[in-house]
Design a protein around this ligand. Structure first.
Ligand SMILES: C[S@@+](CC[C@H](N)C(=O)[O-])C[C@H]1O[C@@H](n2cnc3c(N)ncnc32)[C@H](O)[C@@H]1O
Length: 328
């Protein structure tokens, strides 16, 4: 891991770079391609272009999650802030950090720490957010939050209680075992007395679920294919991108959407000094998105040492924002 601290022009905003080193990325790719079926960690989707495309996905009419969650946060920010209490808001996977403003406006004396793997995008997001909330001290930390042993030593993280914020139903991008482990990890990173406000997308009709990840404008497809461009550019792979086709489907038994790139013919790809065979029709899974009914999610959270304190749902029961506190 590299670690540099870039102090922005204004002392109220700092950026810290703990992005995994290229060697670690190579090892993760090798491990993922050795799996059956082949699957890479979802965060590989998020280079600068991937983050830009994700923002476009959020604007597509079929992808309602962002609009629903943003509206719920705006409508309930006062109640959420009252239940959260005073502390430093730590957002995991902040992306463009477009959802946090209502909370920063409603919380007493807020400070804000944004964690994300996509470094340039995170820096831009923090600068924009800082312009909007110049009085709020902020730090952006580029890292893989699932691998952090500790949050870095920083006054914003040490002077007051830590309040986790994990919107976007990003927990669903982790297989259930890893999701449970991640919730435990957040408990450890946030420390005693912490709380976690987490957005969880709920199961819906198959048509709605599949449409959300197969937008008519084809942005989800470009987002997935960008992964192959990234591997070609950053790790010297030779994927023929046009020989892979995007597929997103709902797997009811697993309660998740599976997003994959399907090899259009028998082919070989050189990557990380090895030759990898793809059979015709073979999938490279780029991401899954697990959907949890509230009770199923709370059972998982309980196994990770969290208990429910409150929850807010949109009128259509599409999505729930759960406030969790550490179990006694
Ligand atoms: C589904 S997007 C959600 C973005 C934003 N939180 C929202 O609600 O719209 C997931 C975000 O988490 C980041 N991310 C994914 N996996 C990550 C990881 N392991 N560590 C740090 N950031 C990660 C991505 O770069 C991306 O910005």
């Amino acid at each position: 891991m590299t670690s540099t601290l870039r102090r922005a022009a204004d002392a109220q905003l700092e950026l810290l770079d703990l992005h995994p080193a290229a060697a670690d990325m190579r090892q993760l790719v090798i491990d993922g391609l050795r799996q059956e079926p082949k699957q890479l960690p979802a965060w590989f989707l998020y280079d600068a272009e991937g983050s830009r495309l994700f923002d476009q996905i959020c604007e597509q009419p079929e992808y309602t999650l962002t609009k629903t969650e943003t509206a719920l946060l705006q409508a309930q920010a006062t109640a959420m802030a009252a239940a959260l209490g005073e502390g430093t808001l730590v957002e995991f996977g902040a992306g463009s950090a477009r959802k946090v403003s209502p909370l920063l406006e409603a919380l007493p004396n807020p400070a804000y720490v944004a964690l994300d793997i996509s470094s340039e995008h995170l820096a831009d997001a923090c600068r924009r957010l800082h312009q909007r909330h110049p009085q709020v001290p902020m730090v952006g930390i580029c890292c893989d939050y699932s691998q952090l042993q500790q949050l870095p030593a920083h006054p914003l993280l040490e002077q007051q209680r830590r309040l986790g914020f994990f919107p976007g139903s990003s927990l669903g991008n982790f297989p259930q075992d890893e999701a449970r482990a991640l919730l435990r990890q957040f408990r450890h990173l946030l420390g005693p007395g912490s709380k976690l406000l987490i957005g969880i997308d709920q199961p819906k009709t198959v048509d709605r679920l599949e449409a959300a990840y197969n937008d008519a404008a084809g942005i989800s497809e470009r987002f997935a294919l960008n992964l192959l461009h990234r591997l070609n550019r950053e790790l010297g792979a030779d994927f023929q991108v046009e020989q892979f086709q995007y597929r997103a489907r709902w797997l009811a038994e697993a309660s998740h959407i599976e997003m994959a790139l399907i090899s259009q013919r028998q082919q070989q790809v050189t990557l990380c000094g090895e030759i990898w065979s793809f059979a015709a029709g073979e999938a490279l899974i780029t991401e899954t998105s697990h959907k949890y009914a509230p009770e199923a999610f709370l059972a998982l959270a309980a196994e990770a040492g969290w208990q429910s304190e409150a929850r807010w749902s949109d009128g259509a029961d599409d999505l729930c924002l759960h406030l969790l506190k550490q179990a006694d």
